[in-house]
Design a protein around this ligand. Structure first.
Ligand SMILES: [Zn+2]
Length: 104
């Protein structure tokens, strides 16, 4: 599976192709790389309403179901990520995808 072409847009920071999804956990908007990736830790599916939903692939739910595709959250690959508040000594957290708001 791949994202529907008409859903693909460009990241306003790095102009990479992305799709906007809603997290199945809490309904927040999250950008995901448009190109599926086997390295990705999220699974995207297209809802009956045409909205794309994203969920984190966890050890408890590692299987990619029919109709889903595996992808990388865009904030993991963005060439121009938003500035971080802590400027020094901040260790990057690698404990999964945080549902941070991406807009504005
Ligand atoms: Zn970007």
């Amino acid at each position: 599976m791949k994202p529907p072409p008409h859903r693909i847009t460009a990241c306003r920071r790095c102009h990479a192709p992305i799709v906007w999804c809603l997290t199945s956990a809490n309904g927040r908007r999250q950008p995901v790389d448009a190109e599926p990736s086997e390295e990705g830790n999220v699974a995207v599916s297209s809802g009956a309403d045409g909205i794309l939903y994203v969920r984190t692939v966890t050890a408890a739910r590692p299987d990619i179901k029919p109709g889903e595709w595996q992808a990388m959250p865009h904030h993991a690959t963005c060439a121009f990520p938003p500035p971080r508040r802590s400027s020094s000594g901040g260790q990057r957290s690698t404990s999964g995808v945080r549902p941070v708001p991406w807009q504005r």
